[in-house]
Design a protein around this ligand. Structure first.
Ligand code: HEM
Length: 372
Protein backbone atom coordinates (compact mmCIF):
# COMPACT_ATOMS: atom_id res chain seq x y z
CA UNK A 1 0.00 0.00 0.00
CA UNK A 2 1.46 3.38 -0.98
CA UNK A 3 -0.67 5.15 1.69
CA UNK A 4 -1.59 3.89 5.16
CA UNK A 5 -2.48 5.06 8.67
CA UNK A 6 0.40 5.01 11.16
CA UNK A 7 0.87 6.16 14.76
CA UNK A 8 3.33 9.06 15.19
CA UNK A 9 6.08 9.37 17.81
CA UNK A 10 3.91 11.96 19.56
CA UNK A 11 1.12 9.36 19.94
CA UNK A 12 -1.19 10.83 17.25
CA UNK A 13 -2.17 9.38 13.88
CA UNK A 14 -0.95 10.26 10.40
CA UNK A 15 -1.14 9.11 6.81
CA UNK A 16 2.17 7.71 5.59
CA UNK A 17 2.92 7.85 1.85
CA UNK A 18 5.81 5.67 0.66
CA UNK A 19 5.91 5.23 -3.14
CA UNK A 20 8.61 7.22 -4.98
CA UNK A 21 6.29 8.86 -7.54
CA UNK A 22 3.67 9.75 -4.93
CA UNK A 23 6.18 11.17 -2.43
CA UNK A 24 7.88 13.22 -5.14
CA UNK A 25 4.58 14.64 -6.43
CA UNK A 26 3.30 15.46 -2.93
CA UNK A 27 6.54 17.19 -1.86
CA UNK A 28 5.76 19.70 -4.62
CA UNK A 29 2.01 19.91 -3.89
CA UNK A 30 0.89 23.26 -2.45
CA UNK A 31 -2.26 21.65 -1.01
CA UNK A 32 0.00 20.21 1.68
CA UNK A 33 1.49 22.75 4.09
CA UNK A 34 3.25 23.29 7.39
CA UNK A 35 0.54 25.40 9.01
CA UNK A 36 -2.79 24.37 10.56
CA UNK A 37 -5.94 26.37 11.34
CA UNK A 38 -6.15 24.89 14.87
CA UNK A 39 -2.58 24.08 16.03
CA UNK A 40 -3.59 23.11 19.59
CA UNK A 41 -5.74 20.27 18.32
CA UNK A 42 -3.69 19.28 15.28
CA UNK A 43 -2.20 15.77 15.17
CA UNK A 44 1.52 15.99 15.90
CA UNK A 45 4.51 14.26 14.36
CA UNK A 46 6.89 14.73 17.31
CA UNK A 47 6.82 16.35 20.74
CA UNK A 48 9.92 18.30 19.74
CA UNK A 49 9.74 21.99 18.82
CA UNK A 50 11.27 21.03 15.46
CA UNK A 51 8.63 19.54 13.16
CA UNK A 52 6.35 19.32 16.20
CA UNK A 53 3.39 21.61 16.75
CA UNK A 54 2.32 23.38 13.54
CA UNK A 55 1.97 27.17 13.42
CA UNK A 56 -1.36 28.88 12.81
CA UNK A 57 -1.47 29.95 9.19
CA UNK A 58 -3.72 29.98 6.18
CA UNK A 59 -2.39 28.57 2.89
CA UNK A 60 -1.91 32.12 1.56
CA UNK A 61 -0.02 33.35 4.66
CA UNK A 62 2.24 30.32 4.47
CA UNK A 63 3.01 30.86 0.77
CA UNK A 64 3.92 34.53 1.40
CA UNK A 65 6.13 33.79 4.41
CA UNK A 66 7.87 30.98 2.60
CA UNK A 67 8.49 33.12 -0.50
CA UNK A 68 10.17 35.79 1.65
CA UNK A 69 12.36 33.13 3.29
CA UNK A 70 13.48 31.78 -0.11
CA UNK A 71 14.16 35.31 -1.41
CA UNK A 72 16.39 35.96 1.58
CA UNK A 73 18.24 32.66 1.65
CA UNK A 74 18.46 31.29 -1.88
CA UNK A 75 21.09 33.79 -3.21
CA UNK A 76 23.23 33.30 -0.10
CA UNK A 77 23.41 29.51 -0.47
CA UNK A 78 23.48 29.26 -4.27
CA UNK A 79 25.57 26.50 -5.87
CA UNK A 80 27.95 29.15 -7.25
CA UNK A 81 28.53 30.77 -3.89
CA UNK A 82 28.98 27.41 -2.14
CA UNK A 83 31.45 26.35 -4.83
CA UNK A 84 33.51 29.40 -3.90
CA UNK A 85 33.56 28.09 -0.30
CA UNK A 86 35.20 24.83 -1.41
CA UNK A 87 38.85 25.78 -0.68
CA UNK A 88 37.87 27.06 2.77
CA UNK A 89 35.90 23.87 3.53
CA UNK A 90 38.91 21.80 2.37
CA UNK A 91 41.15 23.74 4.73
CA UNK A 92 38.77 23.20 7.67
CA UNK A 93 38.47 19.46 6.93
CA UNK A 94 42.25 19.10 6.88
CA UNK A 95 42.63 20.98 10.17
CA UNK A 96 40.07 18.65 11.77
CA UNK A 97 41.81 15.57 10.33
CA UNK A 98 45.10 16.86 11.82
CA UNK A 99 43.35 16.94 15.22
CA UNK A 100 42.01 13.43 14.66
CA UNK A 101 45.45 12.04 13.81
CA UNK A 102 47.05 13.79 16.81
CA UNK A 103 44.64 11.94 19.11
CA UNK A 104 46.08 8.56 18.07
CA UNK A 105 44.00 5.58 17.10
CA UNK A 106 41.30 4.57 17.49
CA UNK A 107 39.75 8.05 17.56
CA UNK A 108 36.16 9.27 17.46
CA UNK A 109 35.47 10.62 13.95
CA UNK A 110 32.02 11.91 14.96
CA UNK A 111 33.46 14.12 17.70
CA UNK A 112 36.62 15.17 15.84
CA UNK A 113 35.31 15.76 12.29
CA UNK A 114 31.62 15.12 11.46
CA UNK A 115 30.23 17.17 14.31
CA UNK A 116 32.49 20.25 14.20
CA UNK A 117 32.75 20.66 10.41
CA UNK A 118 29.16 21.72 9.56
CA UNK A 119 29.03 23.95 12.66
CA UNK A 120 32.30 25.69 11.76
CA UNK A 121 31.18 26.23 8.18
CA UNK A 122 27.69 27.53 8.96
CA UNK A 123 29.07 29.71 11.79
CA UNK A 124 31.57 31.28 9.37
CA UNK A 125 28.89 31.87 6.74
CA UNK A 126 26.42 33.41 9.15
CA UNK A 127 29.03 35.35 11.08
CA UNK A 128 28.46 33.49 14.39
CA UNK A 129 31.61 33.42 16.54
CA UNK A 130 32.92 29.83 16.45
CA UNK A 131 33.78 30.14 20.16
CA UNK A 132 30.06 29.96 20.89
CA UNK A 133 29.63 26.62 19.21
CA UNK A 134 29.74 24.52 22.37
CA UNK A 135 26.68 26.42 23.61
CA UNK A 136 25.14 26.04 20.20
CA UNK A 137 25.68 22.30 20.37
CA UNK A 138 23.71 22.09 23.60
CA UNK A 139 20.81 24.18 22.25
CA UNK A 140 20.73 22.23 19.03
CA UNK A 141 20.62 18.89 20.84
CA UNK A 142 17.99 20.15 23.26
CA UNK A 143 15.86 21.46 20.38
CA UNK A 144 15.66 18.14 18.63
CA UNK A 145 15.00 16.05 21.77
CA UNK A 146 12.09 13.91 20.66
CA UNK A 147 10.51 13.00 23.94
CA UNK A 148 10.93 16.12 26.05
CA UNK A 149 8.93 19.08 24.77
CA UNK A 150 10.01 21.45 27.58
CA UNK A 151 13.67 20.77 26.91
CA UNK A 152 13.13 21.20 23.19
CA UNK A 153 11.33 24.54 23.68
CA UNK A 154 14.01 25.81 26.08
CA UNK A 155 16.75 24.97 23.56
CA UNK A 156 14.91 26.82 20.81
CA UNK A 157 14.19 29.88 23.02
CA UNK A 158 17.85 30.12 24.04
CA UNK A 159 19.13 29.80 20.50
CA UNK A 160 16.58 32.36 19.28
CA UNK A 161 17.50 34.85 22.03
CA UNK A 162 21.19 34.45 21.18
CA UNK A 163 20.52 35.02 17.49
CA UNK A 164 18.30 38.07 18.17
CA UNK A 165 21.18 39.70 20.04
CA UNK A 166 23.60 38.84 17.24
CA UNK A 167 21.25 40.26 14.59
CA UNK A 168 20.91 43.53 16.55
CA UNK A 169 24.71 43.73 16.82
CA UNK A 170 25.16 43.15 13.10
CA UNK A 171 22.61 45.82 12.26
CA UNK A 172 24.80 48.29 14.14
CA UNK A 173 28.14 47.06 12.82
CA UNK A 174 27.68 44.90 9.72
CA UNK A 175 30.38 42.52 8.50
CA UNK A 176 30.83 40.36 5.40
CA UNK A 177 28.41 37.58 6.34
CA UNK A 178 24.93 36.23 5.61
CA UNK A 179 23.21 37.77 8.65
CA UNK A 180 24.67 41.24 7.98
CA UNK A 181 23.62 41.06 4.32
CA UNK A 182 20.10 39.88 5.24
CA UNK A 183 19.63 42.79 7.65
CA UNK A 184 20.88 45.25 5.01
CA UNK A 185 19.09 43.86 1.96
CA UNK A 186 15.77 43.10 3.61
CA UNK A 187 14.93 46.05 5.83
CA UNK A 188 11.27 44.91 5.51
CA UNK A 189 12.09 41.77 7.53
CA UNK A 190 12.02 42.34 11.30
CA UNK A 191 14.91 41.56 13.63
CA UNK A 192 12.95 38.68 15.18
CA UNK A 193 12.24 37.25 11.74
CA UNK A 194 15.91 37.29 10.75
CA UNK A 195 16.86 35.82 14.13
CA UNK A 196 14.35 32.99 13.69
CA UNK A 197 15.56 32.32 10.17
CA UNK A 198 19.21 32.27 11.26
CA UNK A 199 18.44 29.98 14.20
CA UNK A 200 16.61 27.68 11.78
CA UNK A 201 19.60 27.72 9.43
CA UNK A 202 22.09 26.91 12.15
CA UNK A 203 19.91 23.99 13.07
CA UNK A 204 18.95 22.78 9.56
CA UNK A 205 22.54 22.99 8.41
CA UNK A 206 23.90 21.08 11.32
CA UNK A 207 22.41 17.78 12.51
CA UNK A 208 21.47 16.59 9.02
CA UNK A 209 24.97 17.14 7.65
CA UNK A 210 26.69 15.59 10.69
CA UNK A 211 24.60 12.44 10.23
CA UNK A 212 25.37 12.34 6.48
CA UNK A 213 29.15 12.62 7.02
CA UNK A 214 29.05 9.86 9.66
CA UNK A 215 27.00 7.75 7.29
CA UNK A 216 29.52 8.28 4.48
CA UNK A 217 32.32 6.86 6.64
CA UNK A 218 30.20 3.93 7.80
CA UNK A 219 29.02 3.03 4.30
CA UNK A 220 32.52 3.26 2.85
CA UNK A 221 33.87 1.07 5.66
CA UNK A 222 31.22 -1.52 4.94
CA UNK A 223 31.92 -1.32 1.18
CA UNK A 224 35.71 -0.99 0.95
CA UNK A 225 35.62 -1.32 -2.86
CA UNK A 226 34.09 2.17 -3.06
CA UNK A 227 37.22 3.74 -1.50
CA UNK A 228 39.00 2.85 -4.75
CA UNK A 229 36.26 4.62 -6.73
CA UNK A 230 36.91 7.80 -4.74
CA UNK A 231 40.53 7.97 -5.92
CA UNK A 232 39.12 9.42 -9.14
CA UNK A 233 37.91 12.94 -8.16
CA UNK A 234 35.34 12.84 -10.99
CA UNK A 235 33.67 9.87 -9.29
CA UNK A 236 33.22 11.64 -5.94
CA UNK A 237 29.89 13.40 -6.70
CA UNK A 238 28.18 10.09 -7.58
CA UNK A 239 29.39 8.49 -4.32
CA UNK A 240 28.13 11.52 -2.39
CA UNK A 241 24.67 11.18 -3.98
CA UNK A 242 24.54 7.48 -3.11
CA UNK A 243 25.51 8.27 0.50
CA UNK A 244 22.63 10.73 0.56
CA UNK A 245 20.17 8.17 -0.88
CA UNK A 246 21.27 5.20 1.15
CA UNK A 247 20.59 4.75 4.81
CA UNK A 248 23.04 2.40 6.50
CA UNK A 249 21.07 -0.46 8.04
CA UNK A 250 22.14 0.34 11.57
CA UNK A 251 20.60 3.77 11.55
CA UNK A 252 17.52 3.16 9.52
CA UNK A 253 14.74 5.18 11.08
CA UNK A 254 11.39 3.69 11.96
CA UNK A 255 9.41 2.85 8.85
CA UNK A 256 6.66 5.14 10.13
CA UNK A 257 8.73 8.27 9.63
CA UNK A 258 8.48 10.95 6.96
CA UNK A 259 8.47 14.67 6.20
CA UNK A 260 5.38 16.06 7.97
CA UNK A 261 2.74 18.12 6.14
CA UNK A 262 -0.90 19.08 6.83
CA UNK A 263 -3.67 18.73 4.28
CA UNK A 264 -4.90 22.28 3.57
CA UNK A 265 -8.02 20.87 1.85
CA UNK A 266 -9.54 17.42 1.36
CA UNK A 267 -7.06 15.66 -0.93
CA UNK A 268 -7.30 12.37 -2.76
CA UNK A 269 -4.11 10.30 -2.54
CA UNK A 270 -4.00 6.89 -4.20
CA UNK A 271 -7.81 6.64 -4.09
CA UNK A 272 -8.00 7.59 -0.39
CA UNK A 273 -9.56 10.90 0.66
CA UNK A 274 -7.34 12.59 3.23
CA UNK A 275 -9.48 15.14 5.11
CA UNK A 276 -8.31 18.77 5.56
CA UNK A 277 -6.28 19.18 8.76
CA UNK A 278 -4.94 15.61 8.76
CA UNK A 279 -1.21 14.96 9.13
CA UNK A 280 0.53 13.42 6.12
CA UNK A 281 4.06 11.97 6.34
CA UNK A 282 5.99 11.97 3.07
CA UNK A 283 8.24 8.92 3.35
CA UNK A 284 11.46 10.18 1.78
CA UNK A 285 13.54 7.25 3.10
CA UNK A 286 11.04 4.73 1.82
CA UNK A 287 10.84 6.51 -1.57
CA UNK A 288 14.64 6.36 -1.78
CA UNK A 289 14.38 2.59 -1.37
CA UNK A 290 11.53 2.11 -3.85
CA UNK A 291 12.73 -0.80 -6.04
CA UNK A 292 10.59 0.55 -8.88
CA UNK A 293 12.89 3.60 -9.03
CA UNK A 294 16.16 2.26 -7.58
CA UNK A 295 16.91 -1.34 -8.65
CA UNK A 296 18.44 -3.34 -5.79
CA UNK A 297 17.93 -0.43 -3.38
CA UNK A 298 19.91 -2.00 -0.51
CA UNK A 299 23.09 -2.05 -2.63
CA UNK A 300 25.53 0.84 -2.07
CA UNK A 301 26.58 1.60 -5.64
CA UNK A 302 27.06 5.00 -7.26
CA UNK A 303 24.09 5.52 -9.61
CA UNK A 304 23.92 8.06 -12.41
CA UNK A 305 21.39 9.60 -12.42
CA UNK A 306 20.46 9.31 -8.75
CA UNK A 307 17.15 11.13 -8.34
CA UNK A 308 16.91 10.56 -4.56
CA UNK A 309 14.59 12.76 -2.54
CA UNK A 310 16.90 13.25 0.46
CA UNK A 311 16.87 17.04 -0.03
CA UNK A 312 13.14 17.09 -0.71
CA UNK A 313 11.67 18.24 -4.01
CA UNK A 314 9.92 21.28 -5.46
CA UNK A 315 9.37 24.62 -3.78
CA UNK A 316 10.80 23.49 -0.43
CA UNK A 317 13.90 21.82 -1.92
CA UNK A 318 16.73 22.09 0.62
CA UNK A 319 18.38 25.52 0.52
CA UNK A 320 21.59 24.01 1.89
CA UNK A 321 21.95 21.14 -0.61
CA UNK A 322 24.92 22.74 -2.46
CA UNK A 323 26.68 23.36 0.86
CA UNK A 324 26.03 19.85 2.19
CA UNK A 325 27.35 18.41 -1.09
CA UNK A 326 30.57 20.46 -0.86
CA UNK A 327 31.11 19.38 2.78
CA UNK A 328 30.57 15.71 1.98
CA UNK A 329 32.73 15.75 -1.15
CA UNK A 330 35.60 17.60 0.53
CA UNK A 331 35.57 15.22 3.50
CA UNK A 332 35.71 12.15 1.26
CA UNK A 333 38.41 13.63 -0.99
CA UNK A 334 40.56 14.53 2.01
CA UNK A 335 40.21 11.00 3.42
CA UNK A 336 41.35 9.26 0.22
CA UNK A 337 44.16 11.77 -0.27
CA UNK A 338 45.59 11.49 3.24
CA UNK A 339 45.03 7.83 4.12
CA UNK A 340 45.75 4.57 2.33
CA UNK A 341 43.31 2.77 4.61
CA UNK A 342 40.52 4.24 6.70
CA UNK A 343 37.56 2.59 8.40
CA UNK A 344 35.50 1.76 11.45
CA UNK A 345 37.31 0.47 14.52
CA UNK A 346 34.15 -1.16 15.88
CA UNK A 347 31.41 -3.45 14.69
CA UNK A 348 28.63 -1.14 13.38
CA UNK A 349 26.02 -3.02 15.42
CA UNK A 350 27.78 -1.98 18.65
CA UNK A 351 27.66 1.78 17.92
CA UNK A 352 25.29 3.71 20.15
CA UNK A 353 22.54 5.45 18.23
CA UNK A 354 20.98 8.83 18.94
CA UNK A 355 17.44 7.47 19.02
CA UNK A 356 16.15 10.35 21.16
CA UNK A 357 17.18 12.91 18.55
CA UNK A 358 15.14 13.94 15.52
CA UNK A 359 17.81 13.30 12.91
CA UNK A 360 19.16 10.16 14.59
CA UNK A 361 22.61 8.98 13.58
CA UNK A 362 25.34 7.70 15.87
CA UNK A 363 26.78 9.17 19.07
CA UNK A 364 30.36 8.04 18.37
CA UNK A 365 32.24 6.73 15.36
CA UNK A 366 35.54 5.08 16.33
CA UNK A 367 37.91 4.86 13.35
CA UNK A 368 41.38 3.54 12.45
CA UNK A 369 43.64 4.59 9.57
CA UNK A 370 46.93 4.20 7.77
CA UNK A 371 48.49 7.47 6.64
CA UNK A 372 49.64 7.83 3.03
C1 HEM B 1 22.88 16.24 4.21
C2 HEM B 1 22.40 17.34 4.73
C3 HEM B 1 21.00 17.83 4.56
C4 HEM B 1 19.84 17.13 4.36
C5 HEM B 1 19.66 15.62 4.20
C6 HEM B 1 18.76 18.10 4.26
C7 HEM B 1 17.44 17.77 4.00
C8 HEM B 1 16.44 18.69 3.78
C9 HEM B 1 15.09 18.36 3.34
C10 HEM B 1 14.55 16.98 3.09
C11 HEM B 1 14.42 19.53 3.20
C12 HEM B 1 12.98 19.70 2.69
C13 HEM B 1 12.02 19.88 3.82
C14 HEM B 1 10.58 19.92 3.37
O1 HEM B 1 10.25 19.48 2.26
O2 HEM B 1 9.75 20.37 4.17
C15 HEM B 1 15.32 20.60 3.59
C16 HEM B 1 14.97 21.93 3.63
C17 HEM B 1 15.82 22.91 4.08
N1 HEM B 1 17.15 22.79 4.37
FE1 HEM B 1 18.25 21.11 4.31
N2 HEM B 1 19.28 19.35 4.44
C18 HEM B 1 20.63 19.24 4.62
C19 HEM B 1 21.53 20.28 4.80
C20 HEM B 1 21.20 21.60 4.93
C21 HEM B 1 22.12 22.67 5.15
C22 HEM B 1 23.65 22.54 5.22
C23 HEM B 1 21.38 23.81 5.28
C24 HEM B 1 21.83 25.21 5.58
C25 HEM B 1 22.52 25.95 4.88
C26 HEM B 1 19.99 23.46 5.09
C27 HEM B 1 18.93 24.35 5.10
C28 HEM B 1 17.64 24.01 4.75
C29 HEM B 1 16.54 24.99 4.72
C30 HEM B 1 16.63 26.47 5.09
C31 HEM B 1 15.40 24.29 4.30
C32 HEM B 1 13.99 24.84 4.15
C33 HEM B 1 13.68 25.07 2.70
C34 HEM B 1 12.23 25.48 2.48
O3 HEM B 1 11.36 25.20 3.31
O4 HEM B 1 11.97 26.07 1.42
N3 HEM B 1 19.91 22.10 4.88
N4 HEM B 1 16.54 20.07 3.91
Amino acid sequence: MAIRRVPTRAGDEAWLVTGYDQVKALLADRRLGRGHPDPDNAPRFTSSVVLGKPHKATAQQEIEKHALMRRMLAPEFSAKRMESMRPRVRHLVNDLLDDLVRQGQPADFHEAVSFPLPVLVICELLGVPADDREEFRNWSEAMSALNDEQKSMRGFAELWAYMAELVAQKRKSPADDVISRMTRQHPDAGEQEIAQLSAGLLFAGHETTVAAIDRAVMLLSLHPGQWQTLKDPDAVPAVVEEVLRHRAPLERRSDDSGMPRYAMADIEIEGTVVPAGDLVLLGIDQANRDPGRFPDPAAFVPRVPNPHLSFGHGFRFCVGAPLARVELAETLEALVTRFTAFGLAADPSTLSRRTEQLVGGVAQLPVRWTEA
